[in-house]
Ligand binder design. Structure first.
Ligand code: ASP
Length: 601
């Protein structure tokens, strides 16, 4: 990524043949564009006072900033110019004498002299230092987002975000996709989160839901013969917020007819590659593919961070018939920490053990590999020599390594070791991009407390054709064996998006609803319109959606998606700028047929 974002941005406008000169309004030039080649020219530039330095009695140096960069202007002292004042400066471009250039400024070879200054607006002192290298408190940044947005980081991030979006749009259109807008006020869609609801004034006591995604509408567009649909869609989910989640987020949403998984993966890989190219200037290599079961067994998660190895090694067969009680379990797996015997001290091991317990494990088994490959660790006394030798062999261990093992229920072992792997091995956010398609997801991921299965993707996902017959109500654990035609795209251990081949046959759709525990009436009531549509000639279709915020953040090396959103909510879901959410007045409530209850105890 280059630091001179603004230059690159500007070049891109130029490359696209937009004549910025034609409509420059109050200015003739942009601050960041001026070069020694402009020497002698009289120019007018507009912007904010970035920095101000006195020079003797009469003169001041003003760094004037706009969205393209900064230029130094030599100004008469009589102007009382303060930080962030909005001004227009007209002056003559002078090449700075040798030795006086500023290597840190793109325009450091020149300055503006004989300046005439017009103050367009005064400004209060900014609420935080504009150039601070230290982090400013995020709530303050969001309270004054319009000031924060003037700073380099937000300027860069929002402009790159726009590049991502236009690259994605271009890529989808190149592939024959048509942009179609779907409604915001809808009946509930089942993506598994809570809906945000909007009360209806015309029908008091009734509510619209805001879309968790355009899922059902895009499928209806396929029934409608639109063939290939896309949209950069706003989705709203009332979930707990985290660094990688907001209530509302943007996703590239796509659906296509008469295609399956392979083609969807191709369409989406092309869009993602175009966005990567737009930001990083490189087209990613072919994106590898991994089955869901391999992801779970080798990485302990369905979103493996494949920037580093340290995979989970299966040790169950080694401990068949063991005398060591800890390993008399359904599953034993381990990870090898290269050179960890010395690097990971006793305190750190205790800390890791505590973490494992928080994640649901009983503890953590560990061994240091010493000289002559002799194992050191509290559990060795319960193990036979063969088991010890087998462990070293299976873990591919060498002197100086640390071996960390988990035993117990297979799901738990995978989960705990997967987390441990990330805790120990995860590289910091860096320039590396490890894309991965995870395919062959199961249809259902677990059984809930009512004994009903929980859909791994959503209820419109097509089961594997050979497994359709297993779809029965009350099927219990056996339902977990049903494979689906769902796939995810993962980047550096983040789930970037997911999709599936969809059901287009009303009978299969009904079986899935039944397996999920919906009664026929419930299914008819909630999704009758979709089942109806399927009776009018639904083509086979498949689709996908990926998060624009997440993709942009990862491409820019930002850890938090709020850094790539113009006006995000805080972690607690509020907006310090507008104070949303706010109460509404009683008259408004009455009109909507609503009454608020006192907060629950
Ligand atoms: N509707 C899904 C989602 O938003 C994506 C898809 O299946 O196309 O996660």
């Amino acid at each position: 990524m280059s630091d001179d974002t603004t230059d690159q941005e500007y070049d891109e406008y130029e490359d696209d043949g937009v004549d910025m000169g034609a409509a420059r309004g109050m200015r003739t030039d942009y601050c960041g564009e001026l070069t020694p080649e402009d020497e002698g020219r009289e120019v007018s530039v507009c912007g904010w006072v970035d920095r101000r330095r006195e020079h003797g009695e009469k003169l001041a140096f003003i760094d004037l900033r706009d969205h393209t960069g900064v230029v130094q202007c030599v100004v008469d002292e009589k102007h009382d110019l303060r930080s962030e004042y909005v001004v227009r400066i007209t002056g003559t471009i002078v090449v700075r004498p040798e030795g006086m250039e500023n290597a840190f400024l793109d325009t450091g070879g020149i300055e503006l002299r004989d300046c005439e200054v017009e103050i367009l607006n005064r400004a209060e002192a900014p609420p935080f230092p504009m150039h601070s290298r230290q982090d400013v408190d995020e709530t303050v940044r969001l309270r004054y987002r319009y000031v924060d947005m003037r700073r380099e980081r937000m300027q860069r991030n929002l402009r790159y975000r726009a590049l991502v979006q236009s690259a994605v749009r271009g890529a989808m259109e190149d592939q024959g996709f048509t942009e179609i807008e779907t409604p915001l006020l809808i009946a509930s869609t089942p993506e598994g989160a809570r809906d945000f609801v909007v009360p209806s004034r015309q029908k008091p006591g009734e509510f619209y839901a805001l879309p968790q995604s355009p899922q059902i509408f895009k499928q209806l567009c396929m029934v409608g013969g639109m063939d290939r649909y896309y949209q950069i869609a706003k989705c709203l989910r009332d979930e707990d917020l985290r660094a990688d989640r907001q209530f509302e987020f943007a996703q590239l949403d796509a659906e296509a007819s008469f295609v399956g998984q392979e083609e969807v993966i191709e369409f989406i890989s092309y869009a993602i590659s175009s966005a990567t190219d737009a930001v990083r200037g490189v087209w990613p290599e072919e994106m590898p593919m991994m089955s869901w079961i391999d992801a779970m067994e080798y990485y302990g998660t369905d979103k493996p961070d494949t920037r580093f190895d340290m995979t989970l090694i299966e040790l169950t067969p080694l401990f068949e018939g063991t005398e060591a009680n800890v390993f008399k379990t359904e599953c034993v797996k381990g990870i090898t920490v290269d050179g960890g015997a010395d690097e990971v001290g006793r305190n750190r091991i205790d800390e890791l053990t505590e973490m494992c317990k928080r994640w649901g494990a009983k503890g953590l088994a560990w061994f240091r590999v010493g000289e002559d490959l002799v194992l050191d660790g509290g559990l060795t006394k319960f193990m036979t020599d063969d088991e010890q030798a087998g462990l070293i062999h299976m873990m591919g261990a060498k002197q100086g390594d640390l071996l960390l093992l988990q035993s117990g229920d297979r799901h738990l072992v995978r989960d705990v070791l997967g987390r441990l792997r990330l805790e120990i091995g995860k590289p910091p956010i860096d320039e590396g991009l490890a894309f991965l398609w995870v395919v062959d997801f199961p249809m259902f991921e677990s059984i809930n407390d009512n004994g009903d299965p929980v859909a791994a993707h959503h209820p419109f996902t097509m089961p594997h054709p050979d497994d359709v017959d297993y779809l029965v109500r009350g099927g219990g654990e056996s339902l977990l064996k049903i494979r689906s035609q769902a796939y995810d795209l993962v980047l550096n251990g983040w789930e970037l998006g997911s999709g599936s081949v969809r059901i287009h046959d009303p009978e299969i759709q009904k079986s899935v609803f039944a397996a999920l525990g919906f009664s026929e009436e419930e299914a008819e009531d909630k999704f009758g319109f979709l089942l109806d549509a399927f009776r009018y000639g639904a083509p086979p279709h498949a689709g996908f959606a990926f998060g624009i915020d997440r993709l942009t953040a990862l491409l820019l090396g930002e850890e938090n998606i709020r850094e790539v959103i113009a006006f995000p909510k805080t972690q607690s879901g509020s907006d310090p700028l507008t104070n949303a959410p706010t109460p509404i007045d009683d008259r408004h409530l009455t009109e909507l047929g609503l009454r608020t209850l006192p907060p629950a105890e």
